[in-house]
Design a protein around this ligand. Structure first.
Ligand code: NDP
Length: 385
């Protein structure tokens, strides 16, 4: 019987279970590219419940214990005395979410002698050292597409929030002011702007589709070009790389995975290629941007605004400069963990576990590493060190 070690973010400070704002979440029948939604044999939670925090346990306890497995859930994940580090030595399965990642370093792989599978409840397995997983023949899987639309909605919200100067204007209301000129001196329309995405995968393409009705000029770069029909339908301009795309853009959104090719892709050089006053939205991974270069670009006006929900490390320390830099619209890492998204990635995690325990193949689209190499979605979107 297996030991499943699961790292989740903390419960609400107002207590668990929370009081929900709505009674249901819409049922999503399938994804835009034809992929089907997670289909576990059973589900022990009601979609719309908070299952992403410690007490929610991704709705897994009943299923795992009924099958004789042990489930340990904790949010205490950093340092040698953490619950995660203590429980890791004999864990067979590790599950965590990118929002509150259990960083699976080479040292932790070394320690986890029984480990067979590392599951990302969500999308993005960069917190797992893929080279170690490959070397040790450990499977890495994630719930592809589960929260792609959730993130794309957050991206559109952040683009509009920055361009229209929403958050500072809202602050004037809370302060009791009616300072229209203070609000609008940095407020523009998105209409007519050039918007470019770095990567047009599931999230990037969903962002492009959602922006099309705003009458903007759409640009993208990606390692693989989109089908001609999509380029024509959305009137897309393709660029071979981010460096050649950014000078054309007023708004840039990053939707690529973090891997050796994209780490610190957005640095001083990249910012100096941009038009003065470009807006940058990064909901992909914090490390794709050079932390201090972002602050410099906001201070010197190369960037008119920066928004996103991804940081390094996570949780970000209280003195992280992105909390206090000018013209930022940051949130904690929440875009992919709305209650709607949780329902899908918790169900997908259950599906992966059922396959794993029953010796059935895990869907190819959920695989990042398998059989000692990059596999499935991992082989398409990632590169190993
Ligand atoms: P996909 O795998 O569908 O798309 C990723 C795309 O990035 C692929 O088209 C891939 O290209 C492309 N790509 C990879 N490397 C480069 C590069 N160097 N330059 C340009 N394009 C590149 O993933 P998703 O769209 O679902 O997710 C993207 C990322 O978003 C995730 O990896 C994760 O880091 C982040 N994310 C964030 C969330 C949040 O809550 N903030 C939630 C979910 C994801 P190709 O495959 O053509 O080679």
């Amino acid at each position: 019987m297996a030991k499943v070690l699961c790292v989740l973010y903390e419960d609400p400070i107002t207590g668990f279970p929370p009081k929900y704002a709505r009674d249901t979440v819409p049922v999503i029948e399938g994804y835009a590219d034809g992929q089907s939604v997670p289909s576990p044999k059973g589900l022990d939670f009601t979609p719309g419940e908070l299952v992403g925090s410690v007490s929610g346990e991704l709705g897994l306890r009943k299923y795992l214990e009924a099958n004789g497995h042990t489930l340990v859930v904790t949010s205490d994940k950093e340092g040698p005395d953490s619950v995660f580090e203590r429980e890791l030595a004999d864990a067979d399965v590790v599950i965590s979410q990118p929002f509150w990642p259990a960083y699976m370093t080479p040292e932790r792989f070394e320690k986890a002698k029984n480990l067979q599978i590392v599951i990302t409840a969500g999308i993005g397995s960069d917190h797992t050292d893929l080279s170690s997983a490959i070397a040790r023949n450990i499977t890495v899987a994630e719930v592809t597409f589960s929260n792609s639309i959730s993130v794309s909605e957050h991206v559109v919200m952040m683009i509009l929030g920055l361009v229209r100067n929403y958050l500072p204007s809202h602050e004037w209301v809370v302060k009791g002011g009616w300072n229209i000129a203070d609000c609008v001196e940095r407020s523009y329309d998105l209409e007519g702007m050039h918007v470019g995405t770095v990567a047009a995968g599931r999230i990037g393409l969903a962002v492009l589709r959602r922006l099309k009705p705003f009458d903007v000029h759409l640009h993208y770069t990606d390692r693989h070009r989109l089908p001609k029909e999509i380029e024509e339908e959305l009137n897309l301009t393709f660029h071979p790389d981010a460096a050649s795309m950014v000078p054309e853009c007023d708004v840039v959104t990053i939707n690529a995975p973090l891997h050796p090719e994209t780490e610190h892709l957005f640095n001083d050089d990249m910012f100096n290629r941009m038009k003065r006053g470009t807006y940058l939205i990064n909901t992909a991974r914090g490390k794709i941007c050079d932390r201090d270069a972002v602050v410099r670009a906001l201070e010197n006006g190369q960037l008119a605004g920066y928004a996103g929900d991804v940081w390094y490390p996570q949780p970000a320390p209280a003195d992280h400069p992105w909390r206090t830099m000018p013209h930022e619209g940051m949130t904690p890492h929440i875009s992919g963990t709305s209650l709607s998204a949780q329902a899908r990635y918790a169900a997908g995690t259950r599906e992966i576990l059922e396959c794993f325990f029953e010796g059935r193949p895990i869907r190819d689209e959920y695989l990042i590493v398998d059989g000692g190499g990059l596999a499935g979605t991992g082989a398409h979107s990632y590169s190993a060190k």
